[in-house]
Design a binder for this molecule. Structure first.
Ligand SMILES: *Cc1c(COP(=O)(O)O)cnc(C)c1O
Length: 406
């Protein structure tokens, strides 16, 4: 019996590990199992050499110094270290942080935490296209501002913020600039020093590496940035992050960075063609809308709203043949519409009707063609069953209807 193959279009949630990455890791579980901090024998030296080499591979991807890479357990920890670490280290200079409403929860929840510790946080709004306004950013800066944190590319829409312009504003006002670049590193060029980003978070498992390992880039000169450790202990990672290093994970992260540096251009060219094909076919359906600025967007992402079609219901029609994400964030009891899409001015209904397609290195043309068929059939099926769609087609102005029960 042939196994049904699930089409994976959820690469923004996590990417599969590249087999070359797994192969590089395996010796570090077996014969090379040492602790990179053991200075007195061969096992330790081997592990330390492997970590040094991975640090170089990662530094090369970002075009920075290897000493500027601090290993963490992932991007969540890197974001926590950047924000909390800067807040504590620069508390004498001020307590004001500027970020954006559409950031990842790892940024927003960290800011909420810091507010309880005396931080003042400004959350910038975004336009319909998902981009911040540079004028709003500059207007928000004040003498107590110590940090601006803006993500490089959004995880739900793939929208890329104007990094260089943001950096110029930060430079002009002498404010540190952090970016959660988790969705961008390894897929598009991300050179923080060249752009003017002082701290940069990223993670291996969004770039074909293993889960549970990430890094924070911290600029060591012009400016020399320091962050207060959030994890105390043996003083690993130049004292900024204690804890025994995840040697196999770091080795895999390094290999993933090397592959990305060498192959990202050809991957992006191939994947963006597939993404464009998917998008062009799906927007032929009536009442569809691509969310986010399509001229400043990652090559592998398409976020589409199918009006009057509930996203979670649409996903059921795929009958587990496509893995995607919907614009409804499943919180404890209710389905909340995505705050990212709501922040871009989509109403709750349009947010609920949106699907995020995120393609990847392993996505094939056949898979994209099958996905187009499945989505097209699903949308048509849902609309055939929908009284609202029928009213819409009969020309009823749905905005004028009173939906109350009495
Ligand atoms: C996935 C993701 C994170 C969290 O990364 P982990 O390594 O899983 O902690 C943070 N920010 C963005 C934008 C992400 O997409």
């Amino acid at each position: 019996m042939q196994q049904r193959r699930l089409i994976y279009l959820d690469n923004n949630a996590t990417t599969p590990c590249d087999p070359r990455v797994v192969d590089a890791m395996i010796p570090y579980f077996y014969e090379k199992h040492g602790n990179a901090a053991s200075r007195s024998h061969q096992f330790g030296w081997e592990a330390e050499d492997a970590v040094d080499y991975a640090r170089e591979q990662i530094a090369q991807l970002l075009n920075v110094e290897d000493k500027e890479i601090i290993f963490t357990s992932g991007a969540t920890e890197a974001n926590n270290l950047a924000l909390k670490g800067v807040f504590e280290m620069y508390s004498r200079k001020g307590n004001h942080i500027i970020t954006v409403e559409t950031e990842h929860k790892a940024i927003l929840d960290t800011c909420k935490h810091l507010e309880k510790s005396g931080a003042e946080v400004t959350y910038l709004k975004v336009g319909e296209d998902g981009l911040i306004s540079l004028a709003d950013l500059e207007a928000a800066i004040k003498p107590t501002t110590i940090l601006v944190s803006v993500m490089w590319a959004n995880n739900e829409t793939g929208v890329i913020q104007p990094m260089r312009e943001i950096a110029q504003i930060c430079e002009k006002h002498g404010v540190l600039f952090h970016s959660d670049a988790t969705q961008a590193v390894g897929k598009i060029k991300t050179h923080p020093r060249e752009i003017g980003v002082h701290l940069l978070s990223f993670t291996a498992h969004k770039m074909y590496g293993p889960k549970g390992v990430g890094a924070l880039y911290v600029s060591r000169k012009n400016p020399r940035v320091k962050v207060t450790a959030q994890m105390d202990g043996g003083g690993h990672e130049r004292g900024m992050r204690s804890g025994t290093l995840n040697v196999p994970g770091i080795v895999g992260f390094g290999k993933a960075a090397e592959i990305a540096r060498l192959e990202m251009d050809q991957d992006a060219a191939r994947i963006s063609k597939l993404r464009d094909h998917l998008e062009q076919e799906l927007v032929k359906l009536e009442e569809t809308k691509v969310n986010g600025n399509v001229n400043s967007r990652m090559p592998h992402v398409s976020n589409i709203s199918f009006k009057h079609v509930e996203g979670e219901g649409l996903m059921m029609t795929f009958n587990q043949n496509i893995a995607v994400s919907s614009g409804s964030a499943c919180t404890s009891a209710s389905l909340e519409p995505s705050y990212v899409l709501v922040g871009m001015g989509l109403g709750d209904d349009l947010a609920h009707s949106s699907i995020r397609f995120s393609l990847g290195r392993l996505t094939t043309e056949e898979e994209v063609n099958s996905a187009i068929e499945l989505v097209r059939n699903g949308v048509n099926h849902m609309r055939e069953l929908s009284p609202i769609w029928e009213m819409y087609q009969d020309g009823v102005d749905l905005t004028k209807i009173e939906w109350s029960a009495h």
